[in-house]
Write a protein of this length. Sequence first.
Length: 259
Amino acid sequence: MLKNRLPRLKKSLGQHFLKNKNIIRKIVNAAGIDSSDTVVEIGPGGGALTEEILKRNPKILVCVEIDPEMVEFLKEKFKSHENFKILNEDAKKFDFSQAGNSLKILGNLPYNVSTVIIRNLLNHINTIHSAVFMTQKEVANRLTSTSGKDYGYLPALLQNFFKIEKLFDVPPSAFVPPPKVWSTVFKMTPLNFRMEEKELKEFENFLKRAFSNRRKKLKNNVGKPPSTELEEIFQKRAEEIPPTEMLSLFRKIWQMAPK
Ligand code: SAM
């Protein structure tokens, strides 16, 4: 019988696989999985985290992997686990409601598309219990910052919807092949705040415009303030305005705008 061999690694898909067992355990511990949980793993690759997740015996584990060769490899590797399911899909567009609800999501994310995958969570926030991700350190720093050079449109958007907490850093030596940069594990937990789709789209556009030229003041990036009350804040740069203030500013402007 042919041995189930790990397929050739593909750099273009960010395939840096975890080999450090302590780190693997720490990541899975951070997700707090037990036998009543529905778990989604993004980018299982060779199955390093998958194996550890299955040891916790969740009710069901749904893996989302874009590489069909890895999908076939993992189907064979975990065929004896009835609670293991794998989908050959793109996590950037994955509809998380397919997997169930109150999902505990986990992933050592492909670094080149990590922020697009994380942005997709917002579209499915009602199905999520929590998410534990590893990305390159710089991305984690950006997502958790509330002002200054690391801060930008995505943290301003996401921090209104999720609590985002950094957990620990991981050195390049924990992976094969080692990436060039350090990584950080962090946890995202949905807050109670929600927005209608139309308003969310406008809020996101507003933030993109506000941060479009970082050195310029808000008035130069988004236009004249719609009332004298807002003149002072329009003199600031977007990177000086924390996420919750961005939201209340947007809502004031949105209420004044003709519909
Ligand atoms: N979980 C494994 C580990 O920790 O060893 C692999 C992590 S590796 C950094 C990222 C994985 O995500 C790869 O298996 C890659 O094929 C997969 N991937 C890349 N882009 C993807 C996408 N858009 N949707 C789903 N999986 C993707």
